[in-house]
Design a protein around this ligand. Structure first.
Ligand SMILES: NC(=O)c1ccc[n+]([C@@H]2O[C@H](COP(=O)([O-])OP(=O)(O)OC[C@H]3O[C@@H](n4cnc5c(N)ncnc54)[C@H](OP(=O)(O)O)[C@@H]3O)[C@@H](O)[C@H]2O)c1
Length: 382
């Protein structure tokens, strides 16, 4: 089956981009312009197919996503053929399939926006990559739930292959989000503190570890559950200073906590609703709350007193926007990845708890990714 080229609109922003489907089947500009005879090493590729997790309409992921074979196009002179190694199932992937995310591809589309792949073949004009390199997507929308892909050299960025596979597969979104939120909103010095909800999420675990590596204390809020103690121990073992249940935020114990811990300069909100309001109440004067996720599907309510008497700043962050804003000069993204990989090699940043799943077991993995209280990311391993 050949997936036609589509243009895709970021519907909420009226910005046209290549579609997920186009990216995975490669732009027509590449397939049309490619002169196969120029690339003796790519002979026979056009006949190859790959396996993909494809959705033809929006809806319940485990119902609309199907395992399908698609043709791989011939690689163009500035393209690379990659073999996907591992790709996580993130909440934004689920929302994209459901049709509720800010970026929606034209259909059919292959799921997945993140993952690590290995370059197996390069076009004759490729200069930044070589066979064997590990690469991750530079942007959202590549459709990573698949076994192989022909991609433009410019769509991916290399990663060192001496870091664990699961770290590489989950590096491009959540740790980058955590890194930017800890770097770009408040000047945080060792001894300062940050408060966050959804602390057991992929983002939350990266926040804990990157903050700890910088000597920053974290107050980590999670929803109550029967295994709270085990979860708390796990988050503390990775560097979390305090781990609290949501209910505790409203209790007098917080006064005790702030006798030994400075009031946070920064609050990171991945939930919304009451949880976000409670984070705001504990911010120090002039602090910032950065909303990056809305897992609770409730709006953020800002207490008037927080604005008047504490002059808090209420901000938002989207890593996709950051990557696009920095795409013309790739140095900032490269520098961030280098720093994150350095933390990984020093054992300061590990992948979130993951459940590895074969591509064929996608349906169970999609269902599992939408279950609450799991504290483990589903990662498709190809
Ligand atoms: N803005 C950005 O650039 C950016 C980047 C990365 C991620 N995100 C967003 O950040 C959020 C977390 O992503 P992730 O990949 O880190 O997620 P994840 O690892 O899949 O974890 C999901 C988290 O959400 C919590 N959660 C789920 N439903 C909830 C609810 N109804 N109320 C409160 N908490 C709930 C879970 O807590 P339990 O264990 O209690 O279920 C868990 O902590 C998502 O909304 C994602 O889209 C945004």
């Amino acid at each position: 089956m050949w997936l036609p080229f589509h243009t895709v609109c970021l519907r909420s922003q009226k910005v046209c981009r290549r579609s997920v489907a186009a990216a995975l089947s490669q732009c027509s500009r590449h397939s049309e312009n490619a002169n196969v005879s120029l690339f003796s090493h790519s002979a026979g590729l056009a006949a190859q197919t790959c396996k993909t997790l494809l959705f033809r309409k929006h809806g319940d992921p485990s119902k609309v996503v199907q395992l399908e074979d698609i043709d791989l196009p011939t690689i163009g002179e500035k393209d690379v053929l990659v073999k996907m190694l591992a790709a996580p199932i993130n909440p934004s992937d689920i929302n994209m399939i459901q049709g509720t995310y800010a970026i929606l591809p034209d259909l059919p589309a292959v799921g997945g926006n993140e993952g690590v792949a290995q370059v197996v073949e390069v076009g004759s004009q490729v200069t930044s990559l070589k066979t064997g390199d590990w690469v991750i997507p530079k942007d959202t929308g590549l459709g990573t739930w698949r076994t192989e892909a022909v991609l433009a050299e410019d769509d991916v960025i290399s990663l060192p292959n001496d870091i664990p596979l699961l770290s590489a597969a989950t590096l491009g979104v959540n740790p980058c989000t955590a890194f930017r939120m800890l770097s770009d909103f408040e000047y945080l010095n060792p001894g300062d503190s940050v408060i966050q909800n959804a602390a057991n999420s992929g983002v939350g675990q990266a926040v804990i570890q990157i903050a700890a590596a910088r000597g920053i204390h974290t107050i980590n809020v999670v929803r109550d559950r029967p295994e709270f103690t085990q979860l708390s121990d796990r988050l503390k073992a990775m560097g979390g200073t305090h781990v609290l249940k949501e209910e505790t935020l409203r209790r007098p114990e917080m006064m005790e906590l702030f006798k030994t811990c400075t009031k946070p300069k920064l609050a990171l909100n991945g939930v919304g609703g009451k949880s976000a309001t409670e984070l705001l109440r504990h911010l120090q004067f002039g602090g910032s709350m950065v909303t990056y996720g809305g897992m609770g599907k409730q709006p953020v309510t800002v207490p008037v007193s927080s604005l008047i008497f504490k002059d808090v700043k209420v901000r938002g962050f989207w890593v996709t926007r950051w990557k696009r804003d920095h795409s013309s000069d790739g140095r900032a993204f490269r520098a961030m990845l280098d720093e994150l990989c350095h933390l990984i090699r020093r054992g300061k940043l590990t992948a979130p708890a993951c459940t590895e799943v074969g591509l064929q077991d996608y349906s169970e993995a999609l269902d599992a990714a939408m279950q609450p209280f799991t504290s483990a990311k589903q990662v498709l391993v190809m």
